[in-house]
Write a protein of this length. Structure first.
Length: 660
């Protein structure tokens, strides 16, 4: 995990930077306690200059052998990944420039091609063959996607920042839950309204995801819902932040780094669309009927900004579930205890707090160690659970700090151990109350840890295909959130934070019943995104007679019961498929649904033996760890799934998803 001494001579100025900048010094865990903003730009500048010099040396001396090509290239990539992972939330044009340079290196590309055609090819392990094949594919796409994706993301961020809705009259906040008001007041404070409070305001609504969700789901102010929705679907579509021409550039790239073929992806989407359509039509009729019964003026002509609001009201009415009222049963400490207990049960690992072992970037952040059944450490992770609007982007994600690696082992160890970041944005503790979560936030935590386990429990020692690295994006999905609906798991973590009372059985049954609420409509929304994505990347001709928005409207007609606004420009802010950092989803948004099929297939293996059959569940969990989680990107996903069938003796499972 440490840096080596630079391999070529560097200037006196850069030498001092390497000596004094904590980002560039030798460390076991990133020194978050001493890294300051002033270290970032000079540190990245010195590092990229050094890596560029290393790349020049490599290009001049490169030979088509593993030791002369992949080993030195791995050192370059690992150093960049480690440092950039520490400050990935910041932008830096020099990093994009270097990746573009690396992605377009002819000597490196030619050397990989030569290895594939040399006698050494037959002696390489399966993992090393995968690395060679992956780097050849990656060379075609990575640099250009990084360049255009970065600009796309910057435009979205700038356009998002431009929208600020300040609310001073409390009646305009009618319907917003206490957690949303607290967030809106906190944002107002960060924007200069120092006396803002959750009770008296003023309140600031932005286009950040938590604000959007609260406004369109809970606000009884119809005009506020409309204003927020219109602002969301027209972001980055005009003026200096217009992403339309950038989308045309990105769409000239291909679908080369995916597991599925276009035809099979389309078959899956059409199969789900057909199955979901009638249910979605009925969903809309149910909403109209319900809103009419509630005396809503817009009942007979529901608009897009009404759907989330009335859906939540109908769900509350139908299942007697109120997300806000359930929060006391889902305190973060209890949820994490339940999650770690499940991990012990499935994967035979122990997760323990290791606060103080590694520096952290905020007092909210916890550090953990994972041990195997023999008590040996196998991985570490940081967990950053709470929102901090002034300094942290919204959403939830898992990232890798470092990957498991044979080449970077130290102190006599056989491999460097993986380290992950798991980040969420839920409400922090208030007073003597712990962080209280919605059930959806519980699902999110389980989901992100599913990704983290794939990174941390890998047994692959080649870092370029370790964990989730080197795995086609449509084969990466988490199945952990399925366990949130398993009775014993849920009731083990759902305890009232004050009384210790377990979640009532009737509420558990309501949650279970509500799981498929509006499933047809939700599936069609994903089909809309995925189908438009494929149309744009596969059939659309940039500069042709049809615009990207014509494609959007055409696919809407086939997949949506309610038509979008004429001015809808949603794709100009669709970071997942166009922005840097999400480039694997370009021509691959279908990956969500494809991977969910794999996820459901994996979970059904546990269901078939009985979720309450502890012996069988543990056996399958351990084998799942050894195959799907353990093999990483060292084998093609289909081979991993076939091997998991063979090991687990579970016909149908895993490979069934490949039938599409």
């Amino acid at each position: 995990m440490a840096f080596e001494t630079p391999s070529v001579a560097i200037s006196k100025e850069d030498s001092l930077e390497f000596k004094n900048n904590p980002l560039l010094q030798d460390f076991v865990f990133p020194p978050f306690d001493v890294i300051e903003p002033k270290h970032v730009r000079p540190g990245i500048k010195a590092l990229l200059k050094q890596l560029d010099d290393d790349l020049v040396v490599l290009e001049k001396s490169v030979e088509p052998t593993w030791s002369k090509l992949v080993d030195p290239l791995e050192k370059i990539l690992d150093r960049l990944q480690l440092v950039w992972g520490i400050i990935h939330h910041l932008t830096n044009p020099e990093k994009v420039k270097f990746l573009l340079r690396l992605g377009q290196s002819k000597p490196i590309y030619n050397a990989f091609k030569a290895i594939q055609e040399s006698s050494e090819w037959q002696t390489l392990s399966g993992s090393r063959k995968r690395i060679v094949q992956w780097k050849i594919k990656e060379a075609v796409l990575s640099g250009e996607l990084e360049k255009f994706g970065k600009k796309f993301g910057e435009n979205v961020m700038d356009a998002t920042k431009k929208f600020e809705k300040l609310i001073r009259d409390k009646k305009d906040t009618d319907g917003l839950p206490a957690s949303a008001l607290a967030l809106a007041a906190q944002i107002a404070v960060s924007k200069g309204h120092e006396k803002a409070t959750a009770e008296d305001g003023p309140w600031m609504i932005t286009l950040d995801p938590p604000c959007i969700k609260s406004a369109v789901t809970y606000s009884r102010n119809h005009s506020l819902r409309e204003e927020v929705h219109r602002a969301r679907v027209t972001r980055a579509s005009d003026g200096e932040n217009d992403n339309s021409p950038i989308i045309d550039q990105i769409l000239k790239l291909s679908m080369a780094m995916k597991m599925a073929t276009v035809d099979k992806a389309k078959q899956l989407l059409e199969k789900v669309r057909t199955a979901a359509w009638n249910a979605a039509v009925q969903d809309t009729e149910d909403l109209k009927k319900f809103s009419l019964e509630q005396g809503a003026a817009e009942a007979n002509d529901l608009s897009e900004w009404d759907i989330s609001f009335w859906s939540e009201r109908l769900r509350e009415s139908k299942y007697d579930i109120n997300e806000e009222e359930l929060r006391p049963y889902f305190s973060l400490p209890k949820v994490m205890d339940g999650l770690f207990g499940l991990a012990k049960r499935l994967f035979d690992i122990d997760i323990e707090a290791a606060d103080g072992l590694a520096p952290v970037w905020n007092d909210d952040v916890r550090f953990y160690r994972i041990k195997d059944s023999s008590g040996n450490p196998v991985a570490y992770f940081y967990f950053d659970p709470y929102f901090r609007p002034s300094e942290k982007r919204g959403g939830a994600w898992m990232g890798d700090a470092v990957a498991r690696s044979r080449a970077f082992a130290r102190d006599g160890a056989s491999a460097r151990l993986p380290v992950a970041y798991v980040v969420c944005n839920q409400s922090p503790p208030v007073g003597d109350k712990p962080s209280l979560m919605t059930f959806r936030e519980v699902e999110t935590v389980f989901h992100e840890f599913g990704h983290a386990f794939q990174h941390m429990l890998t047994k692959e020692d080649e870092s370029l295909v370790s964990g989730m690295r080197g795995i086609e994006w449509d084969a990466v999905e988490s199945f952990m959130e399925n366990w949130c609906y398993q009775r014993n798991t849920l009731l083990s973590l759902a305890k009232h934070y004050e009384t210790g009372e377990a979640l009532p059985e009737e509420i558990y049954l309501e949650l279970l019943a509500a799981r498929t609420f509006r499933a047809g409509s939700l599936d069609l929304r994903q089909i809309l995104y995925a189908s438009t994505d494929l149309e744009l990347h596969v059939n659309y001709i940039p500069g042709g007679s049809e615009s990207i928005f014509d494609v959007w409207r055409r696919v809407n007609e086939k997949t949506q019961v309610i038509a979008p606004l004429p001015e809808d420009r949603f794709f100009c802010a669709f970071n997942h498929i166009f922005a840097g950092g999400f480039e694997d989803y370009a021509a691959g948004y279908y990956s969500y649904m494809w991977a969910e099929v794999l996820s459901a297939d994996a979970f059904s293996a546990f269901e078939d033996v009985g979720l309450d059959n502890e012996t069988a569940v543990k056996e399958i969990g351990h084998k799942f760890r050894d195959t799907v989680l353990g093999l990483g990107g060292g084998k093609p996903p289909l081979e991993v799934f076939v091997q998991s069938e063979s090991v687990n003796h579970l016909p149908r499972h895993f490979s069934g998803a490949m039938a599409f």
